[in-house]
Design a binder for this molecule. Structure first.
Ligand code: C5P
Length: 227
């Protein structure tokens, strides 16, 4: 596959919803760290030429130790207080030749290499892409008192995952505009939406969950392929 795509892995969260007392990416799954499994998929994909891991400086030693099989092939980047800040640090540390970048949450360790490649390939035709799945539940918008306000049409609803892919120059510009305007977002595609820049949805796989709660660990243990 003749595509040069750089990949940034935000890994600087605290994992407070996991209640494990440490960065959830260091949790043990089948004898390896959660982040190891994410990297295994990344290095099995065919389109990624460079990988940056964005982590908290105090986690650096433990994280690098937990992915020692890959540590020579990754670049360490210090993370920030929010995911948004961490990604911005990542963008500032990309090599000068980086034209296309995928952002993939370290916590999505069930990502399939083929879905990473699908996102890379689609960046040949689009400035921004997001892996996502159709929503199967009926979603309710609820007010602060716990009463339903409305039910959006399910036909139009997708759950956004990562990888999210972008032309580097455009994503950098979007992050700079966000800082000037105090925009706070939980994913990068949201910045493009606010700017009315197009983002193409790429259909992914519902197994690509973000490991967030203890139950997700059970699911990951069931589906990780240690072969
Ligand atoms: O908290 P949440 O699970 O939504 O975080 C998504 C991803 O962003 C995780 O992989 C986490 O490590 C990362 N993150 C980060 N820097 C922060 C907060 C979260 O890189 N300050």
């Amino acid at each position: 596959m003749n595509i040069i795509v750089h990949l940034l892995i935000p890994a600087a969260g605290s994992g407070s919803r996991m209640k494990s007392g440490k960065n959830k990416l260091l949790i043990n799954l089948k004898g390896e760290s959660l982040l190891y499994w994410t990297l295994k998929s990344v290095f099995c994909s065919k389109s990624i030429s460079w990988v940056g891991i964005i982590g908290q400086p105090f986690d650096k030693e433990n994280i690098l130790h937990s992915i020692k099989q890959y540590s020579k092939n990754i670049q360490w980047i210090d993370g920030g207080k929010t995911r948004q800040e961490s990604v911005k640090n990542g963008l500032n540390n990309l090599p000068n030749n980086a034209k296309k970048v995928l952002i993939h949450d370290g916590a999505r360790c069930l990502i399939k290499p083929a879905d990473i490649d699908k996102c890379s390939l689609e960046l040949n035709s689009h400035d921004a892409v997001v892996l996502a799945v159709r929503v199967t539940d009926t979603i309710k918008v609820v007010n602060k008192f716990g009463f339903i306000k409305e039910t959006p049409n399910r036909e139009n609803l997708w759950a956004a995952q990562t990888p999210q892919g972008f032309l580097v120059e455009k994503l950098k510009k979007a992050h700079n505009i966000a800082i000037k305007n105090d925009w706070i977002v939980t994913d990068d595609a949201s910045l493009f939406e606010r700017l009315s820049w197009e983002v193409k949805i790429i259909e992914g796989d519902s197994l690509n969950i973000k490991i967030t709660r203890p139950i997700d660990i059970e699911i990951a243990n069931l589906f990780l392929n240690s072969g």
